[in-house]
Design a protein around this ligand. Structure first.
Ligand code: PLP
Length: 385
């Protein structure tokens, strides 16, 4: 089996697995004051420190969630609701980049439905997959009211890294708030939480268990809880914490500290994959190729080989990849990210994603290229017949 789908989920790292196993044996609730509860809390607090360290945040700023989808909801809906407490700081405008994950786009739309005074604006990206900073500057200048801007640190489908420092400067100058979805970027590039007000993380993209996530919240940033009940996590997210998931998440974050060597190794695999593919199939298109990209991600298309056909053929060869974003990979639909970049529909229908991580090897790369070349030859033979 050749797993090249780390952006969908990165298989558990051994460090994460042993932290999960240990946490499962504790048997206490982190909220209990007895010995087992205190042991559970110690595990949770260690994980909190490790996750905070990964993005240069303070441990107290970490709110554990069930994953990035929940974190996006909590950030957007929670910020808007929380901002109602002070009249002049009410959020009335949400700007989202056109290439945000559906979890962000759908949360923004839900927010506009719930709070009719909130207006959602979609910010364009250029053909290279990078957000149009001029459009952001103009949008911030026009209109009234406090703005919450959502721009991801890097895109999950094509890996293009966004200029968060520039975005942050513009948003801060305009007195707005910034949410950064750092799901695919965490551990792959250095992230500085100080540039934003809310940061979204997902455990399973870092080789921790599915069902663990975090929202990092800046001191003083508005946030109303979306799950209420017990006073867990300073009242920001009720519910007994998923201790084993959190422990695994912490261990995975810790394993990715000082991961320069790992990043270089993964970048080498990705570069080799793309070079071999382009050499064997000269028409191959790499999306966002000229932009700074995550070491882990290759979004590409082989004209004529549709993603649907390719994914079936790859799977038969034991190679696992994705088409566009995970959530839509069950039904192969044209990616909204590629549409936003102005990619023609016929090429977008051929879009595939290979994503690399801690368990990827050169053998996986060779198997992926071999299978794609074979599938492409089959298409050519059919066209020639
Ligand atoms: N944001 C991005 C950029 C993603 O890639 C994903 C998942 O693919 C999510 C959010 C949602 O993550 P989760 O599966 O943890 O809910």
């Amino acid at each position: 089996m050749h797993y090249l789908d780390h952006n969908a989920t990165s298989p558990l790292r051994p460090e994460s697995l042993s932290a999960v196993t240990h946490a499962l044996t504790i048997g206490g609730n982190p909220s209990s004051i007895h010995g087992a509860g205190r042991a559970a809390r110690a595990v949770m607090e260690e994980a909190r420190e490790r996750i905070a360290a990964l993005v240069s945040a303070k441990p107290a700023q970490v709110v554990f969630t069930s994953g990035a989808t929940e974190s996006c909801h909590l950030a957007l809906l929670g910020a808007a609701e929380g901002s109602l407490e002070g009249d002049d700081s009410r959020i009335t405008r949400i700007f989202v980049s056109a290439i945000e994950h559906k979890a962000v786009l759908a949360s923004a739309n839900r927010l506009a439905e719930r709070f009719p005074w909130v207006h959602v604006t979609v910010l364009p990206v250029a053909a290279d997959g990078v957000i149009d900073l001029e459009a952001l500057r103009v949008a911030l200048r026009e209109g009234k009211g406090r703005t919450l801007v959502a721009v991801m640190a890097a895109n999950n489908e094509i890996g293009v890294i966004q200029p968060i420092a520039d975005v942050s400067r513009l948003v801060r100058e305009a007195g707005g708030l910034l949410m950064v979805d750092a799901v695919p970027a965490a551990g792959k590039i250095d992230l500085d939480f100080a540039l934003c007000d809310y940061m979204v993380l997902s455990g399973h993209k870092l080789a921790a268990p599915i069902g663990s996530g975090a929202l990092i919240v800046a001191d003083g940033a508005p946030l109303a809880p979306q799950l209420v009940g017990g006073g867990h996590q300073r009242g920001l997210r009720a519910g007994s914490e998923n201790l084993s998931g959190i422990a695994g998440f912490g261990a995975a974050a810790h394993a990715m500290r000082d991961a320069e060597g790992e990043r270089t190794r993964i970048a080498h695999l990705r570069d080799h994959f793309e070079a071999a593919l382009k050499a064997a199939i000269p028409g191959t298109v790499i999306f966002g190729e000229q932009s700074p990209r995550l070491c882990s991600t290759s979004g590409f298309a082989i004209p004529g080989l549709t993603a649907e056909t390719a994914l079936i053929g790859l799977d038969l060869d034991g190679v696992m990849m994705s088409s566009g974003s995970t959530c839509s990979s069950g039904k192969v639909a044209v990616s909204h990210v590629l549409t936003a970049m102005g990619i023609e529909e016929s090429l977008a229908a051929c879009a595939l994603r290979a994503s690399f991580g801690w368990s990827s090897t050169m053998d996986d790369v060779h198997a992926g290229v071999r299978s794609l070349v074979k599938l492409h030859e089959r298409v050519r033979a059919r066209e020639a017949a």
